[in-house]
Design a protein around this ligand. Sequence first.
Ligand SMILES: [Zn+2]
Length: 129
Amino acid sequence: MLAIRALGTEQATYENYQSYIESDDPELVGNVMVCLCAQAGYLLDQQLRELERAFLHEGGIRERMTRARLEARGEPQPAAMLPTCPLCGKPMRQRTARQGANAGKPFWGCTSYPDCRGTRKFAEGGQGM
Ligand SMILES: [Zn+2]
């Protein structure tokens, strides 16, 4: 069983499991299938956790589509979709880094800049954080 589980840590291909799956020992074949089902369940669980995290941080499909459309039009985003400043709590606006390692990349900057220098990574998104 452990040898079969170890196969799943690498790039999983049929060839990795072929000698077990095509074995004449039905117990071995059954164990391979149980391991593959467990691995599939684990991967689905990981995917659900990632989708939940993305939903909480970036919103559902409607929120993301609305944000993308407003960005494409160059319109300001509704205040309810904007993140709030981690330092003062005011709404943030999308800015573009002019220098440093992130030059040219978007980030969220506090609307009270330069009085407040609060920022958030752009990937953190909005929805009133
Ligand atoms: Zn601020």
